[in-house]
Design a protein around this ligand. Sequence first.
Ligand SMILES: [Zn+2]
Ligand SMILES: [Zn+2]
Length: 185
Amino acid sequence: MSSDLAYDKAVGASIRSARQQKDMRQSTLAAKHGLSSGALSRVESGDLTAISKERLDAILNDLEVKVDSLPRSVVAYCPGTGCLTSSAVVQWKNTVAFVPMAVEVKDAAAKVHCHACGSELNTTCECGAAFEPGVLCCKSCGAAYCKPIQFDSLDEANRCVESHRANQRAYRDLYEHTVGTAKET
Ligand SMILES: [Zn+2]
Ligand SMILES: [Zn+2]
């Protein structure tokens, strides 16, 4: 029912620990909710596809497990125009646009900033639709995730793309280098 694996695993683990705290066997809880022990075992290992939303809610209620406080991970992007983390730069005549890179944020409620330009990462488009990785524009409202730049001449647009690609390479080398160094110490 959900595609957030870390979250699903946390829900499953909360069910298992709450059941164990109540000294309840897996088969007892499963039978109470009309499930096989195998299905409950899969749920407890984080496979929430093994069970309907209604059953899951009933089990959570039964065990008094609150899942609202569990962190949900989400896919975010940097909205900074020309940010060096953008996964691709696209040129259409005098217009240069940037495809944002998808970044996984472990806790949807946390504010996370881009490590390259410092902009606050977004998890949705300005219209409120969830961010979809790998594309320039939001499919719900058509707005670009990162504002495109319109140049007066094709030359300027070409220069922008060239220098952006060079800067991107330099930034990636630097980033990989510094992360590598940090790991060694
Ligand atoms: Zn950025
Ligand atoms: Zn939108």
